[in-house]
Design a binder for this molecule. Structure first.
Ligand code: QV4
Length: 465
């Protein structure tokens, strides 16, 4: 779970949700590499259920039919090219590995033509013993999250639960992941990790040769028998408490409550935590809401805070717009739900800010604020938080060692503040407005700053005027 495996001291990951492989390759070259983004989380690359039966829903990709690399995002050759072009641009590929289960129990034919019937998927998993049959509730489905056995051995959402406790299943999963490593991927997100005993995941990862960055998706609300901490011996883990805490602080106007964010009892250590403002489930209320996303007021402030605050490995969400929570990416239904590209001649490009009611790609990762803050985060490295200051609950400021300084104003009025910056004397540019705002720091490190409403002033010691 060591995040520096992604190639920098404080790496930043972006989830290009449902993007096509050829688009990601171009994006690595034109935007991600130049912006210093270290890695892309891609949608599951393996064969999934057909799109027609589910009207092109995005979640089709969480229903594996085989480990063939054919998906809505492109074929194996496009996937390989993407890895190579991104690597050349300094960007790693993190694969969303759906290994807890196969498709929903039923029958059909996958997107690459592989047929499946209950508990039989092509020639990959052909025996009932390849699946768990937990013996609960007659239909073997997960209902009670207070029951460890049920959560880890019954079927999540009716998806055929793989018997990851068995050698033969572990071997098939490891072969899939090893093949990806040999193609050059940099890491994995382990989907639905909470639904597999930590030991099963450990046994699979142990078989791999290579040094991937791994994080496991474990939603630990703090009151269930399965805890995020159990998974730390394997790799990093998602810290869902982070998104909720941040959203609550911002929605209640209480930025001051962020002073100890990450030090809460029971939270993961910074190096082991994968954090985000929103993810693909949360932004559409698939696992409860309670987070901020691109449509919300103050989303930009939340991103500013996350990238300025030295806790966890941050993952940015890059979305497509939607009216209902099942809707897939921009696509042409009549052409087998072909995903419309971002780049190229018939490419949709990215929506302009404020256009979020139109169908299209939002590309939060391209917002100038995000680019500036990614640069800031990397310049700060491991510099600790210092000089915490607050004026009421909605205005806060803090320094990052002597390397940088941030002031955030969530109130409705401009904040005229006198603040300790910890920076050497000089005149600095606000990184968030192209140096329209300038801040003079005196010999004692104090500055008078004007922080606009719902906005921030961000200074980097290395970026004087
Ligand atoms: C329906 C009924 C079920 C019934 C089933 C079978 O709701 O009660 O048992 O039919 O008859 C889709 C549909 C869902 C459907 C299911 C099976 O939404 O209604 O069940 O398919 O056909 C994504 C989506 C899910 C989607 C799933 C598979 O979020 O809605 O289910 O893909 O397509 C917990 C876990 C956490 C998980 C989260 C969703 O602890 O690990 O639930 N999060 C990850 C991913 C998420 C993904 C999965 C796991 C599954 O982030 O995106 O689910 O791979 O909190």
């Amino acid at each position: 779970g060591d995040p520096t495996r992604l190639g920098s001291e404080s790496p930043v990951i972006v989830h290009l949700f449902e993007w096509r492989w050829d688009d990601i390759a171009t994006e690595c070259e034109t935007h991600l590499g130049p912006a210093g983004i270290d890695a892309v989380q891609v949608s599951p690359p393996n064969e999934h259920i057909a799109l027609d039966g589910v009207d092109g829903a995005w979640w089709a990709r969480y229903q594996p039919v085989s480990y063939a690399l054919t998906s809505r995002s492109g074929d194996r050759a496009a996937f390989q090219q993407m890895i190579e072009r991104c690597e050349a641009a300094g960007v790693g590929i993190v694969v969303d590995a759906v290994i807890n289960h196969m498709a929903g129990i039923g029958e059909g034919v996958g997107i690459a033509g592989t047929p499946y019937t209950p508990f039989h998927y092509g020639d990959l998993y052909t025996r009932d013993e390849d699946f768990n049959h937990c013996g609960r509730h007659e239909d073997d489905q997960i209902r009670d999250y207070q029951d460890r056995h049920e959560v880890q051995h019954c079927h999540l959402l009716g998806l055929a639960d793989l018997a990851t406790g068995t050698e033969s299943v572990r071997e098939r999963i490891a072969d899939y992941l090893q093949g990806l490593l040999e193609m050059g991927v940099a890491g994995f997100r382990i989907d639905a990790a909470k639904h597999m005993p930590a030991e099963d995941i450990g046994a699979i990862l142990e078989r791999l040769e290579g040094n991937p960055y791994v994080f496991q998706e474990v939603i630990d609300p703090g009151n269930e028998p399965i805890e995020a901490g159990e998974y730390l011996t394997n790799a990093a883990v998602t810290e869902f408490g982070y998104s909720h805490h941040l959203a609550t602080a911002i929605q209640s106007g209480d930025l001051a409550s962020l002073e100890t964010l990450g030090q809460e009892k029971g939270w993961l250590k910074s190096d082991s935590a994968l954090v985000f403002v929103d993810n693909h489930d949360k932004q559409r209320g698939h696992v409860g809401g309670g987070v901020l996303m691109h449509r919300d007021d103050h989303y930009r402030l939340a991103l500013t805070f996350m990238l300025a605050w030295p806790y966890g490995t941050p993952k940015l969400m890059s979305s497509f717009t939607f009216d209902d929570g099942n809707q897939g990416p921009p696509s042409v239904a009549e052409e087998g739900w072909r995903t419309l590209p971002v780049h190229g001649e018939d490419g949709l490009g990215c929506l302009d800010q404020g256009e979020v009611d139109t169908r299209g790609w939002v590309c939060e990762h391209r917002w100038p604020l995000v680019t500036a803050m990614v640069d800031f985060r990397q310049a700060m490295g491991d510099a600790p938080v210092a000089h915490w200051q607050q004026a009421g609950a909605s205005r806060i400021a803090f320094a990052r060692g002597g390397r940088g300084f941030v002031a955030l104003n969530l109130s409705d009025e401009t904040w005229q503040a006198e603040l300790v910056t910890g920076l050497p004397a000089g005149e600095y540019c606000n990184l968030l407005d192209d140096c329209v705002t300038r801040v003079s720091v005196d010999d004692d490190g104090w500055a008078e700053a004007e922080v606009a409403r719902d906005s921030a002033v961000v200074l980097n010691a290395e970026r004087p005027v």
